[in-house]
Write a protein that binds this ligand. Sequence first.
Ligand code: GLY
Length: 394
Amino acid sequence: MYKKLGGTVALLAVGLLSQAQKVNVPTVFVDAYKQTEVMLASIAEERGNNTDLVSPRTLENGKLKLVPAKDWTSGFFAGELWMLYRASHRSEWKAKAEEFTAREEKEKFNGGTHDMGFKIYCSYGTGYKYTKNAAYKDVIIQSAKTLSTRFNPKVGCIRSWDHHKEQWGYPVIIDNMMNLELLFAATRLSGDSSFYKIAVSHANTTMKNHFRPDYSSYHVVDYDTVTGKVVKRNTHQGYADESAWARGQAWALYGYTMCYRETKNVAYLRQAENVAKFIFNHPNLPADKIPYWDFNAPGIPNEPRDASAAAVIASGLFELAEYSKNKKEYLTVANTILQNLTNHYRSPIGENKGFILLHSTGSKPANSEVDVPLNYADYYYLEALIRSKEGMKK
Ligand code: GLY
């Protein structure tokens, strides 16, 4: 399937023609309600009595893969349910969102991963944004305390992974920029500035060490905890150490845009603008603006796309457009992505166990989750749709 998407003239034409069009958000949400009903039924069937499995992640050979709360993607489905509630104002969606959010709570004490932001902010954070539930605030603050235990002041960053100890002593991945949103929120909610300071230190250190002169970013930077210096720069999910893994560029764009929102530090705004420029000007960005899984993947145009990267980029661009003088350009690209995801990357209703988008890539080098639906593609797609309609208003 992905070969077909690789470089067809038809898709190229669609990409070019659709640039000025905006997606009809309420109509797309009506489809999302129907598809999520299918997902809820699929979850119930697959889960049975296994309460350790809390959330859908992807399809494996057509079968729904459910994951436990400790999985980095476990919070996205709850976040999707919150966004369906936001769009519909229907109490049924709120009840489901509360149910799936509650399944994440124990993660607030899990200090074994940097993925706290993905898990807790996308579930509890989105829920708090839409309900101001005081109990959610406490979970967010406790989660930030736990995440802060992974900060090393000598390095100036939060440690990302505890796995692959034979390969990296203190790995920090570009994805980790996304977890800073939880820390900024925790300072706002608690008045404790220590979370904010950790987030700023992480963002500054990452800005210094993760980026190449063209503003593409490395996936993994390994640090020496005694000197605080960089030991090496590698990839894990990208094609090569020196390549530009598509989702990594998306995390960078979204992450620095969010950091500008939270700090008003113009250096973060410039960083996000420069990352956007790298993405837009890359000769391997297809006309429909849905990136291949890596900008330097060797078989382009016969390489899988990554709809999740596209969704993250679109959502980030809708926010960046509110802060930058390049507003028109960012909105054009973001709307083009949304239009093409909507028209060419969605699952037919009733199929694919209820996932919304097809054609994402988790880790091509590991031959894992290639050209499949992924819950985070659906999450950022819904978020981008809401942002396209409402802007960043709370
Ligand atoms: N944060 C893991 C990934 O983007 O695949």
